[in-house]
Design a protein around this ligand. Structure first.
Ligand SMILES: Nc1ncnc2c1ncn2[C@@H]1O[C@H](COP(=O)(O)OP(=O)(O)OP(=O)(O)O)[C@@H](O)[C@H]1O
Length: 325
């Protein structure tokens, strides 16, 4: 672990992590000179091979955490480990996209990567062409390698930035809000690329303020709010912590609510549009449908609604997830 002297002055333990984790943090904290605590005693475990969504509204401390993990910002307290290695050994195995690299508009994608690679003193010159061709191939830009950057679409530009993070063999890819500012097509391209990169075993740690994006793209997530972790786990376990609900569309909301209540379903609610919902519990939806129809309640639609990460956030914090910051 990269141990950081704690605020109390004692060095945090330097024991290596188990090896199954790509990133571990313990009590990681960053207080800026302004007094602002951007990251507050963060305990994070990112399993190797996961696509890990680091989720939180704007300003919740995601970028500051990433910058600490990459050695760009010094933590105030706590410790962290990346790939279970000392920082100097870990960083060459980590590809990162934090602030998009500045590319030259009149140069081609390949020429831009050549310049970018040349600026990295640790990159072996002799293999530059091969590594660049491989990175372009990996992000699906081989055919556009010779095209000028200024003619690239937004999605292609971001894929080139990801290619720049893949110019060496990487065990971990860290992407800070990679779909920010993209159009819908570019967003789709980048999401597909993240899944593709992860499919060969590379761990991907990706920050986002978009709940649905993390739900679609990630296997695991940590949810941040004002510098603190509010939830952490597999996507299934995070949303599995909340009960699924049954949702009944009917012209007879009062009748449906009565039948569901009589069957023992908990938390029966009728919304303003007349839709009735209740906690499903152990009930079989088809039996509920039969019971409603048997009681002459007309059913226009019946669905089981699984809780989303947004429901988890609202339940844990009592607040809506402020998507736009
Ligand atoms: N250099 C700095 N000095 C003082 N405060 C800072 C600094 N950098 C970030 N902050 C503050 O720390 C908090 C967390 O910021 P951070 O950028 O880590 O959040 P974030 O979740 O990445 O949000 P965003 O997606 O908007 O970047 C914010 O309140 C921010 O204003």
């Amino acid at each position: 672990m990269t141990a950081v002297t704690s605020e109390a002055g004692a060095p945090f333990g330097a024991a290596p992590p188990s090896g199954g984790e790509a990133i571990v943090t313990r009590g990681l904290t960053k207080r800026f000179r302004s007094g602002q605590v951007a990251v507050d005693t963060l305990d994070l475990s990112v399993p190797r091979g996961s696509v890990f969504g680091f989720l939180g509204p704007n300003g919740s401390g995601k970028t500051t955490t990433i910058r600490m993990l990459l050695g760009l910002v010094k933590p105030t307290a706590g410790e962290y480990s990346v790939l279970g290695l000392p920082q100097a050994e870990a960083l060459p195995r980590v590809g990162a996209l934090v602030e998009g690299p500045a590319f030259y508009p009149y140069l081609s994608g390949a020429a831009n990567l050549m310049r970018f690679d040349a600026a990295d003193p640790t990159a072996p010159r002799a293999t530059a062409r091969r590594r660049i061709a491989e990175a372009l191939e990996r992000v699906g830009l081989s055919a556009a390698a010779g095209k000028r950057y200024r003619h690239y679409s937004l999605g292609m530009r971001q894929r080139l930035a990801i290619a720049a993070a893949l110019l060496g063999p990487r065990e971990l890819l860290v992407l800070d809000e990679p779909t920010n500012g993209l159009d819908p097509q570019g967003t789709r391209e980048v999401r597909a690329l993240v899944k593709e990169i992860a499919s060969d075993g590379t761990t991907v740690f990706v920050s986002s303020h978009l709940l649905a994006e993390v739900e679609q793209m990630c296997t695991h997530a940590a949810i941040m709010r004002t510098g603190r972790l509010v939830a952490h786990g597999t996507i299934a376990s995070l949303s599995g912590g909340l009960a699924a609900r049954i949702r009944v569309e009917t012209p007879d909301a009062a009748g449906a609510a009565r039948v569901l209540g009589a069957l023992g379903l908990a938390d029966v609610r009728t919304d303003e549009g007349g839709t009735v919902t209740a906690e499903l519990g152990g009930h079989a939806p088809e039996r509920l449908n039969a019971a409603l129809v048997g009681e002459e309640v007309a059913v226009r639609g019946l669905a089981v609604v699984r809780p989303s990460l947004e429901d988890v956030f609202v339940r844990l914090t009592g607040e809506g997830f402020d998507v736009d910051g």
